[in-house]
Design a protein around this ligand. Structure first.
Ligand SMILES: C[S@@+](CC[C@H](N)C(=O)[O-])C[C@H]1O[C@@H](n2cnc3c(N)ncnc32)[C@H](O)[C@@H]1O
Length: 264
């Protein structure tokens, strides 16, 4: 392979990764960005204190810091935190991003309670031992009136995805499994229904806002349609439109929920 062909392939792969990543995060990012703006207007401050519990490598923490907010990421993985620090440096937001090794169970070993305007809990309740207990800690980290952004895997979406992939027994297994898993080899420890998430946030003392359907079509259509610049924009516009419509929640890979702590 010539150097030029190698560079072209590398650039193609880079574009592909960027498009797939933006397809995964675009709807959540739009809802979250609007929530941050609303919270900043309500509290009358341009700079918010944001906690990303289980924020990993900073998929959202770095873009939030680029908006000028202070973000603390708590995650048990030193590798993820090292990647986060590299990304923050590349984006020129090192001074706004604090990486803390810790977890939701021992959250107050590393952060103060009642100190965050917005808390993200994305892709974490699926993996922790005690989702209700850990969510209670996460809520304690919020100031009165603060906003929780919760993203979790959707159990009904998993039924559809397994069935469309021809794995009918696995699809049926998800239907009856208390954790919404398709079998012992399923890498996802737990999935939630809309009612589960609404119940969890209500029990944690929050008022639930709208639930958004995340990745309704993107994980079901052939990957080439996500990679193809000609179909990417139309697919993304479809995802944005469907996210708002309650009927499509059942099909989504993930569910996103905003919830508010009383007071403030
Ligand atoms: C699916 S990733 C999601 C990362 C990030 N929130 C995102 O949406 O891109 C799950 C993350 O949760 C972290 N994690 C696992 N157990 C945790 C716990 N008990 N408390 C906090 N984070 C945890 C993992 O290290 C990993 O970074």
């Amino acid at each position: 392979m010539s150097d030029q062909t190698g560079r072209r392939e590398q650039s193609h792969r880079h574009d592909q990764t960027r498009r797939r990543s933006s397809m995964r995060t675009a709807v959540v990012w739009q809802v979250l960005h609007e929530a941050l703006d609303r919270r900043a207007r309500t509290v009358g401050r341009d700079v918010l204190d944001v906690l990303d519990a289980g924020g990993g490598t900073g998929n959202l923490a770095v873009p939030i810091a680029r908006l000028g907010h202070r973000v603390t990421v708590v995650d048990p993985s030193p590798d993820a935190l090292a990647a986060l620090e590299r990304r923050a440096a590349e984006a020129g937001v090192t001074s706004l991003v604090r990486a803390c090794q810790g977890d939701t169970h021992g959250l107050f070993d590393v952060v103060e309670p009642d100190a965050a305007d917005v808390v993200l809990c994305h892709g974490v309740l699926e993996v922790v031992e005690d989702p209700a207990g850990d969510l209670a800690h996460i809520v304690r980290a919020l100031r009165a009136g603060g906003t929780l952004s919760l993203l979790a895997a959707n159990r009904t979406g998993a039924v559809l995805a397994r069935a469309l992939a021809g794995h009918f027994e696995q699809a049926r297994h998800v239907l009856g499994d208390p954790d919404g898993r398709w079998g012992t080899a399923d890498p996802m420890p737990r999935r939630f229904a809309v009612a589960d998430l609404i119940d969890l946030v209500a029990k944690a003392g929050l008022e639930a806002g709208p639930v958004h359907a995340i990745r309704v079509f993107a994980d079901l259509v052939p990957g080439v349609l996500v990679d193809d610049p000609a179909s990417f924009d139309a697919l993304l516009a479809l995802e944005h439109a469907a996210a708002e419509q309650p009927e499509y929640r059942a099909l989504a890979t993930q569910l996103h929920l905003l919830a508010t702590k009383s007071g403030g």
